[in-house]
Design a protein around this ligand. Sequence first.
Ligand SMILES: Cc1cc2nc3c(=O)[nH]c(=O)nc-3n(C[C@H](O)[C@H](O)[C@H](O)COP(=O)(O)OP(=O)(O)OC[C@H]3O[C@@H](n4cnc5c(N)ncnc54)[C@H](O)[C@@H]3O)c2cc1C
Ligand code: SF4
Ligand code: SF4
Ligand code: SF4
Length: 371
Amino acid sequence: MKTFFNLIQEIQKEGKCNLCGGCVTFCSAINHEALGVDSDGWPYFKAIDKCIECGLCYSICSQTNELDNEIKKDAQWKEPFGKVIEISVARAKDESLRDMGTDGAIVSAILIHLFDTQRIDGAIVSKNTRYGRVSFLAKSKEDIFASTGIHFTKSHGMVDFAHDYSTFSPSTSELKELKNHSLERVAFVGVPCQINTIRKMQALDLVPSEIIKYCFGIFCSGNYYFSERFLNLLEEKYGFSCKEVKKINVKEAFIISLFSGEQVLIPLHELDRVKRLACDFCDDFSAGYADISFGGTGAPSGWTTAITRTQIGKAVFNDALKNKLETYRVDDNPQYITLAEKKIKIMSELKKQRADYSKTSLENAGIKVIG
Ligand SMILES: Cc1cc2nc3c(=O)[nH]c(=O)nc-3n(C[C@H](O)[C@H](O)[C@H](O)COP(=O)(O)OP(=O)(O)OC[C@H]3O[C@@H](n4cnc5c(N)ncnc54)[C@H](O)[C@@H]3O)c2cc1C
Ligand code: SF4
Ligand code: SF4
Ligand code: SF4
């Protein structure tokens, strides 16, 4: 039976741990408490004597290939980027929500709709702080407004985004919080590796994954950690000040929107050295296991591309369309869905190539690659 010891050897030591916190969350959820998270977010054996060697932390880790066949079967996964029922380009009807949203703010609009219609009593999202994203258990639609987009306030503009900043949010860790609240129906928003962990937990019926009724995935080309020094270099090279940053977004480029309305576009390859190492091994761009996947890729500015993948995802999306969302008019661009699909395909292919290259490089260095 492989345990956390094997996660240390095969995943952490190879630089493939994405710090999702899934292993720690599960071990705590079943009250073994053998694992902890250090101040840098790394899971570690906090009390090795409490480990009963159940092996479940290894099974649910998104970076191992355990349970891949099961979750692929459950999701009816298809090449090249998972099952697709429908692709849409949409935005929230609410203009103020759009102003805060990353793209078209449809993730937030759908969550608000689910709260309004009492289909959820909680949502695991992430919200911005001056040091980066933190995971957050939203319990009302007001909480959703606070977590929309990656935006900064003018009042704190003097300090926000001017220190070390990480785009990563350990949302899976927030599952631990669920046992402290009497919630029954929760939506989860996360990047593809986090959705992967939730699906593995659901495949094994592990608590508290049964409370997660909706899995909303966001496209992901990588997560980035910006040191203050690196931010200063970017400021100098691209001629902006962190104090002027209103919003950030990741699409084909890293997009920094300033309070003045100007945008600074930084090519993603320029951020390779601040990308988390684990992301180089990840081959899921469009969250192939989600109920609905969302991203800016393929959509015009201010709109979001959504891929509905399950019947439950389709039902929620269509229901939200009635009063919370509007779709891009086909008349404006009859080719838009084909173009969106094409771009997602290209991004997915590029990500797979990068993951294969990283794995081959490790193998060439004589290191056995798992996952
Ligand atoms: C690190 C990162 C990389 C991305 N890379 C791409 C990309 O390459 N191409 C692309 O098309 N799209 C990418 N996206 C997705 C894109 O930025 C938007 O999240 C998506 O288009 C939804 O936009 P929206 O305006 O509809 O959502 P909003 O209504 O603004 O809601 C966004 C939701 O995402 C949650 N969220 C934000 N950051 C995180 C995080 N780090 N971890 C977990 N949840 C989070 C928020 O809590 C909120 O619920 C990336 C997102 C992130 C966080
Ligand atoms: S008790 Fe199970 S979940 Fe916890 S560390 Fe040991 S093997 Fe992993
Ligand atoms: S990737 Fe997640 S589940 Fe796997 S070892 Fe790292 S923190 Fe644990
Ligand atoms: S690139 Fe993959 S491993 Fe990295 S944060 Fe995104 S989904 Fe997770």
